[in-house]
Design a protein around this ligand. Sequence first.
Ligand SMILES: Nc1ncnc2c1ncn2[C@@H]1O[C@H](COP(=O)(O)OP(=O)(O)O)[C@@H](O)[C@H]1O
Ligand SMILES: [Mg+2]
Length: 403
Amino acid sequence: MKLPIVLVSQDNLALLSLRQQLEKENSFAVESKVRSFEEAFEFLRLKTGPTLVVVDLSRDSEKAFRVAQEIKLKLSGVHLVMSSPNNEPGTILRAMRAGAEEFLTQPFNWPEVVPALERIRTKISLQSARTLELGRIITVFSNKGGVGVTTVATNLAVALATTKKSVCMMDLVLQFGSVTTFLNLEPYYTILDLIQNLKRIDPLLLDGSLVKHASGLRVLAEPFYAEDARTIEPKDIDQILITLRQSFDFVVVDTRKEVDRIVSIALDSADLILFVTEMDVPSLRSATKALELFERMGVQQKKIRLVLNRHIKSKLINLESVEKTLGVKVFWALPNDYPTAIAALNQGLTIHETDPKSELAKSYRGMATAVLETITVSSDRRLDGGRKKSGILSRWIPMLKTK
Ligand SMILES: Nc1ncnc2c1ncn2[C@@H]1O[C@H](COP(=O)(O)OP(=O)(O)O)[C@@H](O)[C@H]1O
Ligand SMILES: [Mg+2]
């Protein structure tokens, strides 16, 4: 996958030839707009994947150093390169101290430029493989349709992404997925492209297969054509989940209501299952059946958390009676607020963006915190005790195979 390159300069022409040269390169995706010192930080703040930034020192070098230092200090994932017509040792040393990984002298010496940038690209791939700690999978599920699974999954995923965690959502409603609609995103690639490339996946290729939300959340979209979902096999899903948890702190999976082989994998691989139900009798009946099925399937009860959606105070059914009926504690109760929920959905916004002061938005913020606590408090690395499997990671790092 192409490494994104952002050019930063106070002089639009200084980096023009570099931009033109990089546009010809297959391994890089250079931004066509050169960013000024003033706009660079804000622009880069919204990027979450690895990004290469070239800062030009030819005009107002003092300011350039200040900007570069701020970027390096506050933004992880940015790889800095500095460039100047002045290649005196003092300048190069200062650039290195500011965190530059390469220094490019102007006018550019092309046989040196591309290999220098390639070195950074290789370093990024190796680093991502080496510093890996597996992310947590949160599978959101209900065996009854329309109870709010996608609403819970999308709002939770965005909330987690805004806590500076890297988060990816996987739409496992493979035929008629709706995550991208909920978040008003237009994917260029889908899960099918990722499956095709699974054998040669690296962090950049992976990031390119996902669609990006303004919060930093990445989404793996369902196939464009519903009939193509049939070609996806359980082993593909297993492999994708392994790949995603190697690259993200959290993987949130939206599921459909049938427990087929594919959904079973998402339940089995999950560190946490948010089981969504409503409070009416038919919903509670289905919930009982699902929980019984989980038990027969050997899904560990300790990783299941009950989320009660559209909670209203009622004399007939209350939280205690729900807990008694299902034999499971209510982890979180989200209030009933159809106007806010539907307004969010129709605008492709989150509940928080739609009405941050609403009880529902407040409740979602609370739930995200509770999820983070549940996951980090567990002294065990994983709530399910860890499911060790050799996957892509062991291909990258052979010694892991022996563990
Ligand atoms: N807390 C809530 N209060 C009121 N309506 C809600 C709430 N959460 C979700 N909804 C609405 O319920 C409907 C079904 O939600 P959705 O997330 O698509 O369910 P599922 O994915 O389980 O089929 C949507 O119209 C959604 O706006
Ligand atoms: Mg849904």
